[in-house]
Design a protein around this ligand. Structure first.
Ligand SMILES: NC(=O)c1ccc[n+]([C@@H]2O[C@H](COP(=O)([O-])OP(=O)(O)OC[C@H]3O[C@@H](n4cnc5c(N)ncnc54)[C@H](OP(=O)(O)O)[C@@H]3O)[C@@H](O)[C@H]2O)c1
Length: 342
């Protein structure tokens, strides 16, 4: 069954915003993930879109990502000749300002820039990131963004890397947001401590990233007794999540997890990455898993489509969880979601 024919592939994140539950992540075009050929990248975007992977996660700071959305729209219109085709794309961008005084005109200018680059009249979802809670201007920023949302310039407001305490401060300040984007994987379950109960109470969705650890949760690393060297880890993403694995319990325990995932993957004739993605998609409050795409370099369209064609059973969950009970508690050592950035 194709992604498009499978109802379970899509999720209503908010009124008028239904996304594919596997969102294509565009950090990988921002540098540090290999050379991106712009022409090949747009061709790949068309392929993802045509396969039903219609949702994109990007940011103002992800290099050419917002421009790529604009170019995808142009190309799609030229190919299909119908404006309706463009309504099938969901482009979930972010605004990541430097901490400091935030004025209304700064917010308006930044959002106008994103609209222009993406060639849209309104943003489907604007996810707000803030580096430093000691700097209080994030509340001003979110108020100005809320006004843009109320005026229809932004359809929905979301957050990224907010911790539960500051999500609570936002809701207490009557700031409405539909989602928070956080790192969430089999090894990084910090969101389960406070954030997911909070999300369920306030009807907020999570968009998960890092769920396959930059590709480390795959057959490519199965059975490798030696921890990979920094040169072997040739993307920023692989290096980021290798550090997380070290904090979680180390390479030896990770190999034990990979072999458990591999056994489960074989049972359903899918891949390790599929099992790791399915596991997170089935968690409460999770709307989607963002999987990074190295456009024009590597293609996982057919493999990732398999995520929607199987389900895990109780034994699978308990086998995975049994390995994780041997790990360190990342909530205690790092803190809540997003604390690694602050
Ligand atoms: N809000 C934030 O602070 C934040 C932080 C990080 C990421 N993100 C978002 O999340 C997205 C995901 O990025 P990530 O860094 O977390 O990476 P990721 O999704 O964990 O890993 C992406 C890599 O996994 C590999 N892969 C994909 N599908 C696979 C499959 N079916 N089988 C085997 N390998 C597969 C690919 O590696 P190859 O290309 O080598 O084949 C791909 O480049 C980013 O693009 C961004 O949109 C957000």
């Amino acid at each position: 069954m194709s992604v498009m024919d499978n109802e379970g592939s899509y999720y209503q994140l908010a009124p008028n915003l239904t996304i594919c539950r596997i969102v294509n992540g565009m950090w990988q075009v921002a540098g540090g993930h290999g050379y991106i050929d712009h022409k090949l990248a747009i061709e790949d975007m068309i392929r993802y879109n045509d396969a039903g992977f219609t949702s994109w996660d990007l940011a103002d700071i992800y290099g050419p990502a917002e421009d790529f959305i604009g170019q995808l729209r142009h190309k799609l219109l030229a190919l299909k000749g119908k404006e309706e085709e463009l309504n099938k794309i969901q482009a979930l961008t972010k605004w990541v300002p430097q901490p400091g005084i935030i004025t209304r005109s700064m917010v308006n200018e930044s959002i106008q820039r994103s609209l222009h680059r993406m060639d849209v009249n309104s943003l489907d979802l604007l996810q707000f990131h803030w580096w430093d809670y000691n700097n209080p201007y994030y509340i001003d920023a979110l108020k100005y963004l809320s006004d843009l949302r109320d005026n229809g310039i932004i359809k929905h407001l979301g957050l990224t890397n907010f911790d539960t305490e500051h999500m609570q401060i936002m809701t207490d300040s009557d700031i409405r947001f539909v989602s928070n984007q956080v790192q969430y994987s089999i090894i990084d379950r910090r969101s389960e401590v406070k954030m997911i109960p909070f999300c369920l109470k306030y009807n907020i969705s999570l968009l998960a990233y890092g769920s396959i650890c930059g590709g480390l949760m795959s057959e490519r690393y199965l059975g490798k007794t030696q921890s990979p060297s920094t040169t072997e880890l040739n993307t920023l993403s692989l290096r980021k999540y290798k550090q997380m694995i070290d904090a979680w319990g180390g390479w030896g325990l990770f190999q034990e997890l990979l072999s458990t995932l591999n056994r489960i993957a074989k049972k359903y004739n899918v891949s390790i990455a599929n099992v790791a993605t399915r596991y997170i998609l089935d968690k409460p409050a999770v709307a989607g898993v963002i999987i990074g795409v190295r456009l024009g370099i590597a293609d996982h369209i057919n493999s990732n489509a398999q995520v929607f064609n199987f389900s895990l059973d109780k034994t699978d969950y308990s086998d995975i969880d049994a390995v994780c009970t041997k790990s360190n508690n990342l909530f205690e050592t790092i803190g809540d979601c997003g604390d690694e950035y602050r």
